[in-house]
Design a protein around this ligand. Structure first.
Ligand code: ATP
Ligand code: MG
Length: 432
């Protein structure tokens, strides 16, 4: 804190002081130049008076007289050798020349006032009059002004750096905790803090990482859980097949094992698809003929229905745009998942619609099934999440279908959501 404060202070104070001193110096010089002749004339009168006293032999106590003048006019008189007077380091060459020819020469007096010099007659001595005047306390005034400015600046800087420092410390502590793996921590800064945008961005980032880690953990747990069931079943069937003496019974066990292997294959395929989507290159849309895409998806749904023995009427979209900008491979996979769900839960009817709203495309699949309660809609897009009534082995899959739909929609730069269908069941839409 102190270092930051001192650095800022020096950074601001040094130029401010330099500017202040320069300003005073320049003003002083300008004033001197403006009033140089006036000053010389006034000093001339003082020199005449002093010289009269010094050279007048009828004045016995001339030093005493000079002292009186010194007191009255706040000046100091001194008789100095001309050589020494000409050696004055602070005097400009032009003023020295004036001194040499017997004119009034002057220079600034450090600390305020002026020093005047004039040769006494044609002698090798000069009279030096140092005028202290009102400038006597100038240095003190300057010092007081500078001290006040310094203190004022100090107070302003402290007022400014202290909260900034506090916020920086909070941000630093939060960053350190995140570095140690605690992603639940959030940086706390004041509402009006300069660091608020950084702290907000940091908190959003920490939140995202936390959510990501959580979803990874859920995913791991889900995979382990979903693998365990068919594997246990497989082990059980294998054991029974080995010990069974009846050929018919053994055949039944082998069929069950085949089903478990297919389940496992499907799970692995879906997991691979999700992983592929996460690793997918940036989305590069292609204009795909809408009829071809929709027909392909509907045909596959019909084939699946035939295989599973279900019979649900699927209404194809009435209006279709000429083409759809998408990635055909991933989108048809997502649509197939949505249709499969709809067919699985519908009582008798499923309908598909394709709409173009400006630059957006919305594909919806409606069904007349039980629908999805509003509170559950969002979470069904997470991997391995199913509604209570779909947990049975026969009524549902593993719960990856909608997760894939969501990933595909997001990869297309859009979103997927569930709402109420006019048919009475659920409407699942992909919008991008
Ligand atoms: N049209 C729908 N009507 C009612 N419930 C639905 C519908 N679509 C999905 N669901 C519910 O959402 C859950 C998740 O669906 P999702 O497609 O992700 O998984 P799944 O169908 O169970 O398995 P998978 O698709 O991996 O074979 C389903 O188990 C079901 O409970
Ligand atoms: Mg599904």
């Amino acid at each position: 804190m102190l270092r930051l404060f001192l650095r800022l202070y020096l950074f601001l104070m040094l130029p401010a002081t330099a500017a202040f001193v320069l300003f005073m110096y320049v003003t002083d010089q300008v004033m001197v130049q403006l009033h140089a002749e006036e000053q010389r004339a006034r000093a001339g009168v003082a020199f005449d008076r002093a010289e009269r006293i010094i050279t007048n032999t009828r004045v016995p106590d001339w030093q005493g007289r000079l002292k009186e003048i010194e007191k009255t006019f706040r000046v100091e008189h001194q008789i100095v050798p001309l050589d020494r007077a000409l050696d004055d380091f602070f005097m400009s060459p032009s003023e020295r020349e004036r001194l040499r020819v017997g004119d009034v020469a002057f220079r600034d007096r450090p600390g305020g006032g002026a020093v005047y010099l004039r040769r006494i007659g044609q002698t090798d001595r000069a009279l030096r009059i140092e005028w202290v005047g009102a400038y006597e306390y100038l240095t003190v005034y300057y010092a007081i002004i500078l001290a006040l400015v310094t203190l004022g600046l100090c107070a302003i800087l402290w007022r400014w750096t202290h909260p900034l420092w506090r916020d920086l410390e909070s941000l630093k502590a939060a960053t350190a905790r995140v570095g140690e793996g605690d992603f639940g921590v959030r940086a706390q800064v004041g509402k009006a803090s300069l660091l608020k945008p950084i702290a907000d961005a940091f908190n959003v980032m920490a939140g995202r990482v936390q959510a990501l880690l959580q979803s990874h953990r859920d995913m791991e747990q889900g995979v382990a859980h979903e693998l365990r069931t068919p594997l246990a079943q497989l082990k059980f069937d294998l054991e029974l097949a080995r010990t069974s003496a009846d050929a018919g019974d053994r055949e039944l066990r082998f069929t069950a094992m085949e089903r478990d292997v297919v389940d496992l294959e499907e799970l692995v395929a879906e997991l691979l698809l999700l992983a592929n989507l996460r690793e997918a290159p940036p989305y590069n849309p292609q204009e795909v003929p809408a009829v071809q895409l929709v027909d392909d998806v509907l045909r596959r749904a019909q084939e699946e229905m035939r295989a599973t023995g279900r019979s649900i009427a699927i209404d194809a979209p009435r209006h279709l745009p000429e083409s759809i900008a998408c990635d055909a491979k991933f989108l048809s996979r997502a649509l197939a998942n949505v249709l499969r769900n709809a067919v699985r839960y519908a009582k008798s009817r499923v309908a598909m619609t394709v709409e173009r709203a400006g630059s957006h495309t919305v594909i919806s699949v409606d069904d007349d099934g039980p629908g999805v309660p509003p509170g559950e809609r969002h979470r069904l897009f997470e991997p391995f999440t199913r509604l209570e009534n779909s947990r049975g082995r026969d009524s549902g899959g593993v719960g990856l279908g909608l997760a894939i739909v969501k990933s595909v929609a997001e990869w297309h730069g859009g979103e997927a959501n569930i709402s109420d269908s006019p048919l009475g069941g659920a409407r699942v839409s992909i919008r991008w």
